[in-house]
Write a protein that binds this ligand. Structure first.
Ligand code: G3H
Ligand code: 13P
Ligand code: ZN
Length: 325
């Protein structure tokens, strides 16, 4: 049975990005795999009155079951409207879709936005698969994110050893020929908690804002997406290490750089790793301090509360999306 996102109370990303572009902020895109993450994301965005994109990777679909995830998203909208009394716009987005079939299946089961990540393909093949997804998705009024350029690190099941920065000379052709609604670019961010290999005393290199500026010149007013945008908040890395974890040299994108990006044509900022760090840090802390505890609510509950706090702080201090719903 084909389900339309419109019947689930979701919206596509079109209006959201228009407002973000005009208002010089970015919409947060948070990944979720389980109930506590989803509660924290919706709770934090409702409380800070921020538009939100909740996103599901193909790994999340495998982990949590695709049918269950879809109903969880539907339930989250209902919880938001009825229990939290909030009308924030919510997009349900497929993160790093790698085939037409996966994107189609998401469109057919109530997603309001999909990413087709053809960045690992040769250019013409990327155009071909992206265009195919756009044609199907647009027929259902679902918005599509494409990607040009390859991030270093692990992109879902696609891995890239080194950055291939987005070539500004390709963006006009790519956007025109595919019809995508937004474009993920590579300007120095990467996925995961180890974004930069720094020697002692070295600081994080700046993102390639020069490439971003060139892209903006080529496609003025076109929504840009930044993947791999966790800051790897050091407070939580330290907590993980203090309570028995081992995350040496974990480092992310400094918040000032993300603030700067959010004021540009970057309309969507993807954050997954920071949420993972918070949850891990709190669970480790509870286990270390209360070794007799065995009720999952007693460690997942505090982790959820801390994640909600992080989300409110991100929306307010980094993305600028708080109060913009
Ligand atoms: O970009 C990748 C996201 O962080 C999702 O990661 O494939 O482990 O769910 P995952
Ligand atoms: P982080 O690993 O930096 O959180 O990036 C997440 C992401 O880009 C999801 O698509
Ligand atoms: Zn990503």
């Amino acid at each position: 049975m084909v389900v339309s996102y419109k019947d689930l109370g979701l919206v596509n990303s079109r209006e959201m990005f228009k407002k973000a572009m005009a208002g010089k902020y970015a919409v947060p895109a948070y990944n979720f795999n389980n109930m506590e993450q989803l509660q924290a994301i919706i709770g934090g965005c409702a409380e800070s009155n921020s538009p939100v994109i909740i996103q599901v990777s193909s790994g999340a679909r495998k982990y949590a079951n695709q049918t269950l995830l879809r109903y969880m998203a539907e339930g989250a909208v209902q919880m938001c409207r009825h229990d939290l009394k909030s009308n924030i716009p919510i997009v349900l987005h497929l993160d790093h879709g790698d085939t037409f079939e996966l994107c189609k299946s998401c469109v057919d089961t109530g997603f309001s936005s999909v990413m087709i990540d053809g960045s690992h393909h040769p250019y013409e093949k990327n155009i071909e698969v992206t265009k195919q997804v756009v044609e199907y998705a647009h027929a259902h009024d679902v918005t599509v994110e494409g990607e040009l350029g390859v991030l270093a690190g692990i992109e879902d099941e696609v891995s890239a050893e080194h950055h291939t920065y987005t070539d500004p000379n390709q963006v006009v052709d790519f956007v025109k020929r595919t019809g995508v609604d937004s474009l993920a670019i590579s300007i120095g961010t990467s996925h995961g908690a180890y974004k930069f290999r720094l020697k002692p005393g070295e600081s994080v290199p700046p993102l390639r804002f020069d490439i971003l500026a060139e892209i903006e010149k080529k496609i003025p007013g076109f929504p840009i997406v930044l993947h791999g945008a966790s800051s790897v908040v050091q407070e939580y890395v330290a907590m993980i290490n203090k309570f028995g974890g081992k995350m040496d040299n974990a480092v992310g994108v400094p918040e000032e750089q993300l603030r700067r990006a959010a004021q540009s044509a970057v309309c969507k900022i993807n954050i997954d790793s920071d949420g993972r760090l918070v949850v891990t840090a709190i669970i480790r802390k509870v286990f270390a301090e209360q070794p007799g505890e065995f009720d999952p609510r007693k460690y997942l509950g505090p982790a959820r509360e801390e994640l909600k706090k992080l989300i409110i702080a991100k929306n307010t201090n980094v993305l600028g999306s708080a109060g913009k719903a």
